[in-house]
Design a binder for this molecule. Structure first.
Ligand SMILES: Cc1ncc(COP(=O)(O)O)c(C=O)c1O
Length: 454
């Protein structure tokens, strides 16, 4: 029987079908992506998207919010359980995205112009933690060559977090590419930020939240732990949690947590009260109740024993991925990983992150290029590539499959090395025509068909 969409709008229906086929028949190794359960998808597609509900539970600016209240209450109760919140801590589940959640925290706790201290973006931080870019290549090179562990910002403020606040960023150690807590403490003492942030998109190691909280406490700053990437690992008990240590915790819900798109903010109820006001009237209008329904269902799933196994398996799979890539002679930033992705250092390979990501995509392996510590290459053509396992793990893949994938990645690099001197477009054209790349993509497809997801 034809679905409603198939009947009324076959054009959109077809595009959705093609996207589903792409997702099923290729390997997504983008660490921030995942496949949600049919229940999460059903909740996200529910009638809750029809409803306006500005305000908070029991205090809405619209009538007809009885069931929205019921839903949001349940989501918050589940968030408390999943993340083992201390007494008097609660959650806000209304921020539309991780970036908005971070902005809401700033709006609640800071004044415009206040200094915030976060991880340097090219070392794996996030745009929403305060980023201004230096477009002058010479200046940028000089700054990297100086070896300084602090970045005071470039001339182009490209994110609202830098337009409204004064971001200062700490870099990772030049030797280990990991946090240098002593240096962070010195930078904090010198710049006296009102807020210290940890968390990011490409830092593959555990962060010592107690050390950061101690640094923040000494200068009377708030500590925000952004666990956008690790939320699911923490929910499943497979990774250290900042809850009870940091003053505020933000996360996205659509990465390792598999709960549909959105964000959760956790803090003491006094702080959440301010954050609620930062969300409305500060930043947003009506909450996306259908996404809150997805978050609620996802949190329910995160409470199951199966989710614990899932989180542990991600860590295992990524450890195996690191090992297998190293066996294939690839270099990894920090020589390994503690979590759900590895950061490949391709600076000594014939092909760098951006063109290699395109070759891999044509071979059926979706990844994304990334900056890496102490790399002065521009963000549009950096040296590194991020590869994650959350989605593969959702599909049920384990060591045997990971081994095959690492082999395909080396094969793709060997094939692509013959195009190393070409332009990006020239190389892409060659890769599109290549029988060898087509062969890998067929092998990837055959593997994927054995691991289809509902
Ligand atoms: C650490 C971190 N914070 C915030 C965000 C922003 O999330 P969103 O894309 O939902 O705005 C991301 C997204 O990748 C992230 O990795």
């Amino acid at each position: 029987m034809k679905s409603a969409l198939q009947k009324t709008d076959p054009a959109v229906y077809k595009i959705i079908q093609k996207e589903e086929k792409r997702q099923q028949e290729t390997l997504s190794m983008i660490p921030s992506e995942n496949w949600f359960s049919p229940s999460v998808r059903e909740a996200v597609g529910s009638v809750f998207s029809h409803k306006y509900a500005e305000g908070n539970i029991g205090k809405r600016y619209y009538e007809g919010c009885v069931h929205v209240d019921e839903l949001e209450t349940l989501a918050i109760e589940r968030a408390k359980k999943v993340f083992s919140l201390p007494k008097n801590w609660t959650a806000n589940v209304q921020a539309l995205s991780g970036s908005n959640a971070n902005l809401a925290v700033y709006l609640a706790l800071l004044q415009p112009g206040d200094t915030i201290l976060a991880m340097y973006l090219p070392d794996g931080g996030h745009l929403s933690h305060g980023w201004s870019f230096e477009p002058d290549v010479e200046k940028r090179d000089k700054e990297v060559q100086s070896g300084s562990l602090v970045y005071e910002g470039g001339s182009r403020k490209i994110n609202i977090s830098a337009m409204l606040y004064n971001p200062i960023q700490y870099k990772t150690s030049k030797k280990t590419h990991q946090f240098d807590y002593k240096a962070i403490a010195e930078i904090a003492e010198k710049y006296q930020p009102k807020l210290i942030i940890t968390g990011g998109t490409a830092y593959p190691r555990i962060i010592n939240h107690k050390k950061i909280k101690a640094i923040a406490k000494k200068i009377h700053a708030y500590y925000l732990a952004d666990i956008a990437h690790e939320a699911g690992l923490i929910a499943g008990g497979a990774f250290p949690s900042p809850v009870g240590i940091a003053d505020v915790v933000t996360m996205t819900t659509h990465k390792t947590l598999k709960s549909g798109r959105g964000a959760i903010i956790l803090a003491h109820e006094d702080i959440i009260h301010k954050i609620n006001l930062a969300i409305l009237p500060g930043l947003q209008g009506g909450p996306h109740n259908h996404n809150i329904a997805g978050i609620c269902v996802g949190l329910g799933e995160a409470l199951s024993p199966a989710f614990k196994k899932y989180a542990a398996q991600i860590i295992k799979n990524t450890g195996d991925l690191a090992l297998e890539l190293q066996k294939q002679s690839f270099k990894l930033v920090t020589n390994g990983t503690d979590k759900h992705f590895v950061l490949m250092n391709l600076s000594e390979e014939p092909i760098l992150g951006r063109p290699f990501a395109r070759v891999l995509a044509l071979a059926g392996i979706t990844a994304n290029y990334s900056t890496m510590p102490w790399d002065s290459r521009p963000p549009r053509n950096p040296s590194a590539l991020r590869l994650g396992t959350p989605w593969l793990t959702t599909r049920g893949m384990k060591k045997n499959e990971i081994k095959k994938i690492a082999k395909w990645i080396r094969e793709a690099m060997t094939i692509a090395s013959q195009w190393a001197d070409m332009s990006f477009e020239g190389m892409e054209e060659e890769a599109k025509q290549s029988k060898d790349i087509k062969r890998i993509s067929q092998e990837v497809k055959d593997l994927c068909k054995k691991f289809l997801v509902a």
